[in-house]
Design a protein around this ligand. Structure first.
Ligand SMILES: Cc1ncc(COP(=O)(O)O)c(C=O)c1O
Length: 389
């Protein structure tokens, strides 16, 4: 690795990440290369972003064409890529309207605002609390950190926002005990990603949806990590057969450019009106042109292939000696290891040309959705060797 870039980065970029000793210089598909030309197979997708892998040529062409035509307009004007992306997202999901932001956290901020405003419009002040789940992760802004149900994130930056209560995942009595006249929404990840790649129970999710509908409490589903095909459906909600009131997306929708999307369904489509929310960059034409390409690629065949490859990968992982269990959905998988430490395994994987992630005590795999069976075999072979030695 070039010492000068490492040193420059360490000196000038705030040290909020403990970077691996690897400088990636280019990538294509599922493979990337360091500055010495060493090849790596990527099972991380830049933490779930590179849904189409590195530098997919169709995505590059869409983005480049748009960059040469119109780079930015601000939200004071209409532009084709933004309007068409909103239309495609609504048609694909049944949502009625979309707000574009620039990240997952920002999308969740938008969802929180919709929930509180919906309730304010209908019930007046005081019905503003949001229930999230213990072990959740919703982002790094102050409100989304506050909504994140992990004590480890509730430090240093006091005061955090009041207004969030944390129910135990898969424990409907815990959720019930927190719901009262002040509750305006429940916000959940269907597969807790950062929390250890843990899928919620279907029964729990169905009951949460039922209670929400019964009490006019909004159901917000954070699909920042699970959305855009990651689990083998366009949205993970489809696996659970639920109809949320608000869904948030980011990561894989951008496929390499920053985007966040707040999808509002029937009840909420007109909650945020003129001047109630905004962003300078959200809906940027270049970003939206890339996302339009992502949506065009994610047809039924594409999503079915993700589901199939997810099953194939899971079966292979379950057979590895050092793996105790495999959790998750589609191509979002977590490995509980029998004896080895997940961070050590990820570090050793990088040395051997395999990029993986951790999530709590697990190894987390979020490969590009375009990964081939052959590439899965190659990645699993390296992981198997790492766990054996
Ligand atoms: C479920 C979930 N929500 C929100 C976020 C925050 O997204 P971002 O980092 O784009 O703000 C993440 C990021 O990992 C996430 O996994």
């Amino acid at each position: 690795m070039s010492e000068s870039i490492k040193d420059t980065d360490k000196k000038y970029v705030m040290n909020t990440y403990n970077r691996y000793d690897l400088e990636i210089s280019e990538g294509m598909g599922v493979n990337c290369y360091d500055i010495d030309g060493k090849e790596y197979i990527d099972m991380s997708s830049g933490i779930g972003v590179n849904s189409l892998g590195f530098c997919d040529m169709g995505w590059v062409a869409s983005v480049t064409k748009q960059a040469c035509k119109l780079n930015h307009t601000s939200n004071l004007f209409y532009s084709q890529p933004c309007a068409l992306l909103a239309k495609s997202l609504c048609e694909k999901t049944g949502a009625k309207k979309v707000f574009f932001a620039n990240s997952g956290a920002e999308a969740n901020e938008g969802a929180i605002k919709i929930a509180r405003k919906y309730s304010f419009d209908k019930y007046g002040k005081g019905r503003d609390r949001i229930i999230t789940l213990v072990n959740s992760f919703h982002g790094r802004t102050i409100a989304t950190l506050s909504s994140t149900g992990q004590d480890v994130f509730h430090n240093y930056f006091f005061p955090f926002n009041d207004g969030f209560d944390y129910a135990k995942a898969n424990d409907i009595d815990s959720a019930r005990s927190l719901i009262d006249d002040r509750t305006c929404a429940l916000m959940i990840e269907l597969v807790q990603g950062e929390g250890g790649v843990i899928a919620l129970d279907k029964d729990f999710v169905s009951e949460v949806e039922r209670i929400c509908k019964e009490r006019d409490i909004l159901l917000i589903v954070d699909e920042v990590q699970t959305g855009a095909g990651r689990t083998g459906k366009f949205l993970a909600s489809e696996h659970f057969g639920i109809s949320p009131d608000v869904t948030t997306m980011a990561k894989g929708l951008g496929a390499g450019l920053p985007i966040g999307a707040v999808l509002a369904y029937d009840k909420c489509e007109n909650v945020l009106g003129f001047s109630m929310h905004g962003t300078t960059f959200g809906g940027n034409p270049i970003v939206c042109a890339g996302a339009n390409y992502v949506l065009a690629r994610m047809d039924d065949d594409f999503l079915f292939a993700v589901e199939q490859k997810g099953e194939y990968l899971r079966e292979k992982l379950e057979k590895i000696d050092g793996v105790e269990s495999v959790s998750g959905l589609g191509l979002m998988l977590g490995l509980k290891l029998k004896t080895k430490n997940s961070s050590d395994v990820v570090k050793e994987g990088i040395k051997r040309g395999l990029i993986m992630l951790t999530a709590k005590d697990k190894v987390r795999l979020l490969p590009p959705l375009v990964i081939s069976y052959d590439e899965i075999d190659r990645a699993v072979a390296i992981l198997e060797a790492v766990l054996k030695d």
